[in-house]
Structures are given as structure tokens and as C-alpha cells.
Design a protein around this ligand. Structure first.
Ligand code: SAM
Length: 210
């Protein structure tokens, strides 16, 4: 009997309905929350649990809100996103970079710079995630963490097919696979921190194994 091997990262998973340059879609600022208030609180609480005094953080795919707690006091908070006015309005950022990760997945930061890389409710828009995750391993310090927060809303025309069609569990497994593919992280953790009667919050977390 022959068995069919399923490719967890088949190219068709990354198809999008709108293939126009992302800069067009993100040209106008959107000063909106992409998850409910209790879900934002749950994410902030999660960050509070893992952050430490003086930690340097990269908020990847950032906008006007980073969901970071007031305490502990952080070191540098860098933000990278697609819309300059949104980033300019984000009071938590020390530096701001407009950069399209789908045209250039190379992160514009020196190696061994951050203790944490956070991606909040945005991972569904990456069409070259493995290249981005390889870059995340480069900019993280030894023992650093990547934490991907996901929910169930998206801009459907810009989300990859996997996030339009797969179940929440399978989407989490796909993100865990992005982390695994780098070969640089411990086995990823998957957490469900969904508050009651609000948008869900699913977290996929990887800690560098060196
Ligand atoms: C749903 S918003 C989430 C923003 C923010 N992280 C939050 O939690 O509210 C999606 C974000 O992904 C960013 N983004 C989308 N496509 C991107 C790309 N190709 N390169 C870099 N960032 C991108 C946009 O700038 C936008 O701010």
C-alpha cells in the first residue's frame, strides 16, 4: 500500500485573493482594534507574565497599538508595519519602520538585538513566513522568544488561503510548523487564552534552543 505524504507547507496554502502590492492595501491608516477589549486584556496579561525588566522587544506587523503592559519597564520597543501614521501614533514604540515583509523578508535589524519578537493578529498576511521566521531567529538573542497571537478575524482578501480555509487548530499547527522549520527553537507551545464571550486568543510560542 502506498501512503500519501501531506506537505504541511504546500505552496497553494499561501495563495491570496488580492495579489496587488500590500502597500496599496495598507496605504490608509486604520485606527481600529482588531480584537475585542477582553481579548486585548488577555494578550496584555500574557505579555506581562513573560516579559522581564529591561527586555528589548520587536513588535512585528505593528500598528497604533502594541498591547504591551505598563510593567515591567521595557528596554527598546521597535515596531515594524505597513502604515506610517499608525506606527507614529503608537506610544509604546521607540523606533518605527515601514517595511513590506512579503516583498523583503529580511528584517532591518542587526543580529542578536531582541529578547522577544511579538506578532499580534497578523501572521495570516505573511506569504513568505519561513524566511521571516529564519530572520526572527537571527535578530533574537540566545534564549529569546517569538510569540504569535492569533484570533479569528482577518482581511480575507489579504489572508493566505490556509487562514481562510483551515480550522483554528490546524492554523495553530501551521504556525508551529513555521517555528519548527527554522530548526532553531525548542518544540513550540500552543496556548488557548480565550476570554469568555469575546474574540478567541490562541498563542503559539517558541524559545530559541541556543
Ligand atoms: C490586523 S493588523 C494588526 C496590527 C497590530 N499588530 C494589532 O495587534 O492591532 C495587521 C497588521 O499587519 C501588518 N502587515 C500586513 N501585511 C504586512 C506586510 N506585508 N509586511 C509587514 N507588515 C504587514 C499591517 O501593517 C497591519 O498593521
Amino acid at each position: 500500500m502506498t501512503s500519501t505524504k501531506i506537505d504541511p507547507l504546500a505552496a497553494t496554502l499561501f495563495n491570496r485573493l488580492d495579489n496587488a502590492p500590500d502597500l496599496m492595501f495598507y496605504q490608509a491608516p486604520r485606527f481600529v482594534a482588531h480584537i475585542d477589549e477582553p481579548t486585548i486584556d488577555a494578550l496584555t496579561n500574557f505579555y506581562r507574565e513573560i516579559l522581564f525588566d529591561g527586555a528589548d522587544v520587536l513588535d512585528l506587523m505593528s500598528s497604533w497599538i502594541s498591547h504591551l503592559p505598563e510593567e515591567p519597564a521595557l528596554g527598546r520597543v521597535a515596531g515594524l508595519g505597513m502604515n506610517e501614521p499608525e506606527l507614529a501614533a503608537n506610544p509604546r514604540l521607540d523606533d518605527r519602520t515601514v517595511h513590506d515583509l512579503n516583498t523583503d523578508p529580511v528584517l532591518p535589524y542587526t543580529s542578536d538585538t531582541f529578547d522577544f519578537v511579538f506578532i499580534a493578529v497578523s501572521i495570516q498576511y505573511l506569504v513568505r513566513p519561513i524566511e521571516v521566521f529564519n530572520e526572527i531567529t537571527r535578530v533574537l538573542r540566545p534564549g529569546g522568544q517569538v510569540d504569535v497571537a492569533t484570533s479569528h478575524r482577518c482581511f480575507p482578501t489579504k489572508a493566505i488561503r490556509a487562514f481562510r480555509e483551515k480550522s483554528p487548530k490546524d492554523r495553530m499547527l501551521l504556525i508551529a510548523e513555521y517555528i519548527r522549520q527554522t530548526g532553531m527553537f525548542e518544540e513550540p507551545d500552543m496556548l488557548d487564552r480565550s476570554p469568555q464571550d469575546a474574540d478567541p486568543l490562541w498563542l503559539i510560542c517558541g524559545t530559541l534552543s541556543i
